[in-house]
Design a protein around this ligand. Structure first.
Ligand code: ADP
Ligand code: MG
Length: 231
């Protein structure tokens, strides 16, 4: 285990945005290590840069300075194609809004990330078994509009996992759910994390959700601070 290269290593990551009034610093020297299969929660005030941080980890945005290494490779050295493969194969994204296409069934939606692969048959079987696992075996042929908020989020989780990512990034995944819906979805994410050995980084406003992860960090004023384990 100790000889393994960590899955994800962020070193002194900074990110600033240019605005009409000048440069706005958002992330100011983020260090973070995540091993395969670990779970991490990130909490922090609105506007503190949590989504920005997930975007930099997931290859949706580039840091201004610092490095993001995935399985030992510096993302900044990747070309566009490598980054696209990384986003498609290694990373799963779940957002606060499900972003499912309304005209497709949830099974069709979940298959979309797999369409670029030649082995579509296998992905179909994988999506079906994931829907069964998340308790939606009888609902996978429904369109999103017929489902509850919790069911749509579970379908979004299936879509995120269809390509067997090694890291799931979830940006306030329970933000539009009731308290019990949030608890159920968190339990499901942790079950999938265990069964698939997929690392999980969850941005959340909920301490109930956060404290179920291995480690909790607060992002404030551009810096990540690890919280002591609750007694
Ligand atoms: P959080 O997810 O913690 O609410 P964000 O990462 O969305 O925070 O945003 C952090 C800060 O960066 C905010 O002040 C936001 O306005 C700013 N910001 C985010 N994206 C952009 C962008 N594309 N251009 C300019 N400013 C941005
Ligand atoms: Mg956000």
């Amino acid at each position: 285990m100790s000889a393994e290269v960590p899955l994800l290593v962020l070193s002194q990551v900074t990110k600033s945005y240019e605005s009409a009034s000048g440069v706005v610093p958002v992330l100011q020297g983020i260090d973070l290590d995540v091993a395969a299969g670990q779970t991490v929660a990130i909490v922090g005030p609105s506007g503190s840069g949590k989504s920005t941080l997930l975007h930099c980890i997931g290859g949706l945005d580039l840091p201004t300075e610092g490095t993001v290494r995935f399985k030992g490779q510096d993302q900044a050295r990747w070309g566009e194609d490598d980054t696209a493969v990384y986003r498609n194969r290694e990373i799963g994204f779940v957002f606060q809004q499900h972003h499912l296409l309304p005209q497709c069934t949830v099974l069709e939606n979940a298959m979309i990330p797999a369409l670029v692969h030649p082995d579509c048959e296998k992905a179909h079987a994988r999506a079906v078994s994931l829907f069964e696992k998340v308790g939606m075996g009888s609902l996978m042929h429904c369109r999103p509009g017929r489902l509850s908020g919790g069911e749509r989020q579970r379908a979004a989780v299936v879509r995120a996992l269809v390509n067997r990512p090694s890291l799931l990034l979830a940006d306030e995944p329970t933000g539009s759910l009731s308290e019990s819906g949030a608890e159920d979805l968190t339990g499901l994410l942790l079950e999938l994390n265990r069964d698939e050995r997929m690392a999980l980084i969850v941005v959340t406003h909920s301490m109930q959700v956060a404290r179920r992860m291995d480690r909790v960090y607060v992002l404030e004023q551009g810096v990540l601070v690890q919280q002591p384990c609750p007694a």
